[in-house]
Design a protein around this ligand. Structure first.
Ligand code: PNS
Length: 162
């Protein structure tokens, strides 16, 4: 049976840290669904369609991916897609409480679903979408943070927005 995993997130915008996790997950599973989901505690800067387009562009060449959006519970979506695992990157201790809470909630809602945490590569330890947004909004260089093919699009949209 095909083993399907989901890499969920806001991806607002996608960072090199996300791409690293997606690439590594794609080697572990037959198919990876990258799901752009709604995080009700975050105010997005990019539309869902923009985030999907960015992900499609930045993951060209990874064949076993499907990029989607879903406006509902991750646990239900995983069941609908017969996914066996959620794969997330864990950066630092500060991520742990929030991620652990989500993993336990998802397990309660869908007991068949496992959450797997991949240790973020050391060069991406500090990276987050919110940091990218803040640095770009003040005109800082984000070229080490986002995929090169998206740099201009992301930077031009965020520059001066604060
Ligand atoms: O990149 P983020 O913002 O840390 O990702 C969080 C996300 C979008 C994966 C989470 O908010 C989510 O799963 N949203 C979908 C709604 C849901 O299932 N909420 C309950 C999760 S415990």
């Amino acid at each position: 049976m095909e083993k399907i995993a989901i890499c969920p997130g806001s991806f607002d915008p996608v960072t090199l840290g996300h791409i690293d996790i997606i690439r590594r997950a794609s080697k572990m599973f037959d198919k990876v669904i990258v799901a752009v989901l709604v995080n009700p505690s975050k105010q997005p800067s990019f539309s869902i369609q923009e985030r999907i387009d960015f992900l499609n562009e930045a993951t060209k060449g990874i064949d076993n991916l499907e990029i989607v959006s879903f406006d509902g519970l991750l646990a239900s979506y995983a069941k609908e897609k017969s996914a066996v695992a959620v794969v997330k990157g864990l950066r630092a201790v500060s991520d742990f409480e929030y991620e652990f809470q989500m993993a336990l909630t998802n397990k309660k809602l869908n007991p068949e679903l496992e959450t797997i945490f991949l240790t973020t590569s050391s060069q991406h330890m500090y990276l987050s979408s919110s940091m990218v947004k803040q640095v770009a909004s003040f005109g800082g260089d984000i070229s080490d943070f986002v995929p090169a093919c998206l740099y201009e699009k992301i930077y031009n949209r965020l520059k001066g927005v604060n």
